[in-house]
Design a protein around this ligand. Structure first.
Ligand code: IVH
Length: 610
């Protein structure tokens, strides 16, 4: 990037982040997920590191959020409430320590205190003569809002303590996931953080009290003789503050990394939201010595989890062809980490979705995980456009075979209707061998590619006539592995009817419909010769599915394929003989989350077979 380009990008990023921040913090009506802002801030931070002359005092990287609203009395913090710099990965963490060591080579030597970074609202409490005198929000770090009345409603905060000295402590107020669920049954809030912030900045404390808030204390500003951050927490605990029992001392950065990785995996088991861990140089004297840069203490850093949403550049849109001929637009992305994995492709679903999102090639886009599994493009950040972005035009021809594509009636998808389309053939082969279908052990898409590319197979039936010698000519095959491959295919020469129907890849026929068809017709012949009328009358099978099944079996090409299967000696078990057991009869199964060793379709099929 040239300096001129960097200057333009920095200006746009600053403006966008400032708008987002204003909406989130001052107006309490966020425009985007906070992680989106974080990821833009990170880009800005990196650019400012690369071009230090572009760093201005008004940069969003240089300040702590929001002006106080006029509704509450203002409160000037006895000492400024600082903010933390974010680290997003191991490298950031190591860079942080390297910077500290330039100031004092012994920095970090006596370890770190790691705290869960609660996703709530920072507060400051002042106790005089043992009584809670003021409770305030952070505001802009220098001046916050006096929300004492509201904070008094938070049971986790002591109203009186056994210490006469004037005391200043800080902590986080938050709302539990359970409480969030309860409240959002009747009221609308985007996330627990928003609800916590909204509740504390409520003019009517009765409303605050009706929402059960929770709190952990995390720093003791007053000197009570503490030497380390860990001790600070112990003193706070003794004084009657709630501290987080998961916070812990870590000797090395490796231990810090382990702790962060642990919590990224296990955050779901907590009843409150966390978005990372806070890492603090444990030795208080060293912490003081390291000082403050801008509005952040050098001796602490927020080590964030990889966000569930992030921003990146949309480099291109390619179109892939599925086994039923469906054309799916796929976003080619500049690689970005989301939820712990690097994402470089995301689905754009279909033409209508691209139009709805209004994305153009070259856009900075927000990418997230749909149901936390498949990454998809959530929106385009139009504010960051340069004018060089290109409109995407959905192709009118199949990218694999050049055959014209069709979009019929209410269908959202374009389909390639060329029965001999190589992409469809290939995808159908992948489907045929997959776990939920024929489940050919040890035979995967890569091997299928080789077999198809060398002309050894043209359709799934060809698999059954493969010999050991055929495999020996392929990459990485030796005597034993070639024998195994043949054996794996032959081992599935007897197959339950429902699985075989599913494996055929008839459009609209998933494993559930395949099971229904197997039960109803009993044999493949009966299904193949069924009339459209008889298919339509089946329970759970609508007009579109019935027509699809009927057409599939009428197709000459498919008829030939079935003949070919017969000749290979494939034995198809009838519905009765194929049922493994009735152990699971009358039970209902629900699969949630991601399954590690088996696809959803396979799991479904497995349950059905019992
Ligand atoms: S220590 C110098 N510990 O994270 C600030 N902060 O920018 C020292 N936060 O809004 C903060 N959990 O309210 C610390 N266990 C924790 C925290 C925590 C959440 C928040 C804090 C502030 C932000 C830091």
């Amino acid at each position: 990037m040239t300096k001129a380009e960097a200057r333009a990008r920095v200006a746009k990023l600053k403006e966008t982040i400032t708008t987002y921040r204003y909406h989130r913090l001052v107006l309490d009506t966020p425009m985007v997920e906070e992680s989106v802002e974080d990821s833009l801030k990170k880009e800005l931070f990196d650019l400012e590191q690369e071009f230090p002359e572009l760093m201005m005092p008004d940069s969003p990287t240089q300040r702590v959020g929001g002006k106080p609203l006029d509704k509450f009395e203002k409160f000037t913090h006895p000492t400024r409430m600082l903010s933390l710099l974010d680290a997003f990965g191991k490298q950031d963490l190591e860079d942080w320590l390297a910077r500290l060591k330039r100031i004092d080579p012994r920095a970090g030597d006596s370890g770190y205190f790691c705290e869960l970074k609660l996703d709530g609202l920072a507060i400051e409490l002042v106790y005089k003569n043992g009584l809670l005198e003021v409770g305030a929000t952070r505001g802009d770090g220098t001046i916050g809002e006096n929300v004492t009345q509201n904070l008094r409603t938070v049971e986790a905060l002591p109203l009186a303590i056994d210490e006469k000295k004037e005391l200043v402590i800080r902590g986080e107020v938050f709302i539990t996931k359970k409480e969030f669920k309860r409240i959002t049954k009747t009221e609308d809030f985007a996330n627990p953080r928003n609800l916590a912030a909204g509740s504390i900045r409520q003019l009517d404390p009765g409303i605050t009290a009706s929402r059960k808030m929770d709190s952990f204390a995390y720093s003791l500003i007053t000197d009570l003789g503490q030497k380390t951050h860990e001790e600070e927490h112990k003193i706070l605990h003794k004084l009657g503050f709630k501290i987080n029992s998961h916070n812990k001392f870590c000797k090395t950065l490796e231990e810090v990394q382990e702790s962060r990785d642990y919590w990224e995996k296990h955050r779901e088991k907590l009843d409150y939201e966390i978005d990372g861990i806070v890492v603090i140089v444990n030795d208080d004297r060293m912490f003081q010595k390291l000082g403050v840069i801008g509005k952040t203490p050098r001796g602490a850093i927020a080590y964030k989890f990889s966000p569930r949403e992030s921003t990146t550049k949309l480099l291109d849109i390619i179109v892939s062809v599925g086994r039923t001929g469906t054309l799916t637009p796929v976003a080619v992305l500049e690689p970005v980490e989301i939820g712990g994995t690097t994402v470089s492709r995301a689905t754009l679903h279909n033409e209508d979705e691209i139009k709805r999102l209004g994305v153009k090639i070259g856009d900075t886009v927000v990418v997230g995980r749909a149901g936390d599994v498949i990454p998809d493009v959530k929106k385009a950040i139009v504010e960051l456009r340069t004018g060089k972005e290109k409109e995407f035009v959905f192709p009118k021809k199949c990218p694999a075979c050049d055959h014209p594509v069709m979009r019929r009636g209410i269908d959202v998808a374009y389909r390639c209707i060329n029965k001999t389309c190589p992409a469809i053939k290939r995808e159908s082969m992948y489907h045929f061998i997959a776990k939920g279908a024929m489940d050919l052990d040890g035979i995967g898409p890569k091997l299928i590619d080789q077999l198809m590319d060398t002309g050894l197979i043209k359709d799934p039936a060809d698999l059954y006539s493969l010999k050991k010698e055929d495999f020996l000519n392929l990459d990485r095959f030796a005597d034993k592995s070639a024998e195994n491959a043949v054996a794996a295919i032959q081992a599935r020469k007897t197959v339950p009817l429902d699985r075989f129907i599913f494996a055929l890849g008839i459009p609209h026929v998933g494993s559930e419909t395949a099971t229904d068809l197997a039960r109803h017709f009993g044999t493949l012949e009966k299904l193949a010769f069924s009339s459209l009328e008889s298919l339509v009358t089946l329970r759970d099978i609508g007009d579109i599915v019935a027509k699809s099944i009927y057409e599939w079996f009428q197709n000459l090409h498919n008829k030939k394929l079935l003949e070919k299967f017969k000749k290979t000696g494939l034995k198809i078990l009838t519905a009765e003989t194929s049922q493994k057991s009735n152990k699971l009869q009358n039970l209902t199964f629900v699969f949630t989350g991601s399954l590690e060793t088996i696809s959803r379709e396979s799991a479904d099929a497995l349950v059905r077979s019992h």
